[in-house]
Design a protein around this ligand. Structure first.
Ligand SMILES: [Zn+2]
Length: 98
């Protein structure tokens, strides 16, 4: 798991937290844009933690891109985050010689 992730020139710190909550509700991930912190629930499998990190990084990417009208829209972020996670983990984008 990455401890820090660069999003739009901002260093977001990643924290793994036991029994993560947002407004007293159990959540798998949560991002505080103001302090550039991403929180991930410790109870998830390591693969799910990575998938949730991609999801939270996508929220932050849209925020850093100035797309604040859609950056919290789960109908956009959820499917795109899952597709991006699969694209990046199952393809070698750093290939170089093809
Ligand atoms: Zn979300």
């Amino acid at each position: 798991m990455l401890k820090e992730i660069k999003i739009g020139g901002i260093n977001y710190h990643v924290q793994i937290v036991e029994r993560l909550q947002d407004n007293n509700e159990a959540v798998w991930g949560y991002t505080d844009y103001k302090i550039a912190e991403i929180f991930i629930d410790a109870g998830l499998s390591s693969q799910k933690q990575d998938q949730v990190l991609m999801h939270e990084a996508l929220h932050s990417s849209l925020h850093e891109a100035g797309l604040d009208d859609i950056c919290n829209d789960e109908k956009i972020v959820n499917p795109l985050g899952n597709i991006l996670y699969q694209l990046i983990t199952e393809n070698d984008f750093k290939g170089g010689d093809n």
